[in-house]
Design a protein around this ligand. Structure first.
Ligand SMILES: [Zn+2]
Length: 56
């Protein structure tokens, strides 16, 4: 389930399911949340890998 998000162009609210553009007016907005999340996951995996290397 996505959060409600307001389009900065037409000010209508819509369900934020990761789409790159407003479903009403087609305004494309920049998204960084998913990429930041992916980087964080990779960093955690790298840290876990180093921790396991130290343990065994
Ligand atoms: Zn819009």
């Amino acid at each position: 389930m996505g959060d409600l998000r307001e389009c900065p162009s037409c000010a209508l609210e819509f369900e934020d399911d990761g789409q790159k553009a407003c479903p009403y007016c087609g305004y494309e907005f920049p998204r960084q949340r998913t990429s930041v999340k992916a980087v964080a996951v990779v960093l955690i995996l790298i840290m876990l890998w180093f921790a396991l290397q130290g343990l065994f």
